[in-house]
Design a protein around this ligand. Structure first.
Ligand SMILES: C[S@@+](CC[C@H](N)C(=O)[O-])C[C@H]1O[C@@H](n2cnc3c(N)ncnc32)[C@H](O)[C@@H]1O
Length: 343
């Protein structure tokens, strides 16, 4: 039995129609059924059921992401009963997988580890958040990285100049690494030589990032480095423009890295030090309602200020919408996308 999931998750087969009988079917059929359940039950990253970039709607399901679907009470119960029956069956390996899927259905933190497939075949593992350590938030993939990944796929030439010169790309606060690994895929499809450095500052996040890089063939173009934005000092006036040319990255990427007020000046200092002369910093900021401070306004104020040393400026701003495919659009998130460069 082959179960075919429609790229648009809304049209995927429901469990009551798709699942085989456990008594009569072979292990191979049960394996296929478990794969199907994994595809419909692993939740999509919140706010990314579909993404609207410049009026074009992309269903992430159509580009290889998970195809999770909303199940009504009957279908959920049917699925839980089917998995419980498998759990009690003589097929040990399948029973173990059934128990993991039951955990996923009871909430992703209970499931611990979730592995998803994204566009261009990038595979990313999220690990459970440590509830006692909020700073491990980079162990999960955030909607902004799915949005920026899709933008790079759709408009690769606006991110990467191409040509035969080796591009040096840096990602700040890389988390699970989706953006860097997608950048590696896009650059390879453009036949553009590149070295990508994915950075973060948290031990557990860096460990998971390393694992994700090793999971993907494209990871061979991605290095991992510890980098803490808070350690960069503000640009100083006593450095003449000729001396202040430490920047060596042609492209810098960052998604959801300005979620607390001190982050914006820290990221500014880091960019001021590391951005190459004709380079661009691509920054995606979710416009979360009700959070302390207004991160978008703060980004614009800080990056447009004229202080000591060379000046940076926001060269382009655009709005991107993620999610909202559900009935009431409740998971919709608006993002501000910035291109920042030297004046
Ligand atoms: C909300 S998560 C976003 C992760 C990833 N960019 C994404 O969109 O999925 C913020 C990331 O910034 C990292 N981070 C927070 N403060 C940092 C700092 N001072 N220096 C470097 N990374 C930091 C966190 O470890 C985490 O990976």
């Amino acid at each position: 039995m082959t179960i075919i999931l429609h790229p648009n998750p809304v049209e995927a087969l429901l469990p009551s129609a798709a699942l085989p009988s456990i008594d009569l079917d072979s292990q191979k059929q049960l394996h296929a059924a478990l794969e199907y359940i994994r595809a419909i039950c692993v939740p999509h990253v919140p706010g990314t059921s579909c993404i609207v970039i410049r009026g074009k709607k992309t269903w992430l399901g159509s580009t290889g992401n998970d195809a999770s679907i909303d199940l009504d009470t009957f279908e959920r119960l049917y699925l839980v009963r089917w998995l419980t029956k498998l759990l009690r069956s003589e097929f040990e390996e399948l029973a173990e997988e059934a128990s993991k899927l039951l955990a996923i259905m009871s909430g992703s933190s209970g499931a611990g580890i979730l592995t998803r497939q994204y566009a261009m075949g990038v595979t990313i593992r999220d690990v459970a958040l440590d509830n006692t350590d909020f700073s491990s938030m980079g162990c999960q993939t955030w909607g902004g990285s799915c949005v920026l990944a899709q933008m790079m796929i759709d408009h690769g030439d606006e991110f990467f100049p191409g040509g035969s010169k080796k591009l040096h790309v840096l990602e700040l606060g890389a988390g699970t690494g989706l953006v860097s690994l997608t950048a590696a895929k896009v650059l390879s499809s453009m036949r553009s030589p590149a070295e990508i450095t994915a950075t973060d500052y948290h031990d557990t996040v860096l460990e998971n990032l390393q694992y994700n890089v090793s999971l993907n063939a494209a990871g061979s173009a991605v290095n991992i480095q510890y980098l803490d934005w808070s350690t960069f000092s503000p640009p100083s006036a006593d450095v003449s423009p000729e001396m202040d040319l430490e920047g060596r990255y042609d492209v810098i990427l960052g998604t959801d890295i300005c979620y607390s007020p001190p982050h914006v000046p820290w990221v500014y200092n880091t960019i001021h030090r590391l951005l190459g002369l004709n380079a661009i910093f691509h920054l995606l900021v979710p416009l979360r309602r009700g959070l302390e401070g207004d991160s978008a306004r703060s980004v614009e104020d800080v990056f447009n200020m004229r202080g000591a040393g060379r000046a940076l400026e926001v060269k382009h701003k655009e709005s991107v919408i993620g999610g909202g495919a559900g009935e009431n659009g409740s998971d919709e998130v608006e993002y501000a996308y910035y291109r920042i460069g030297w004046v």
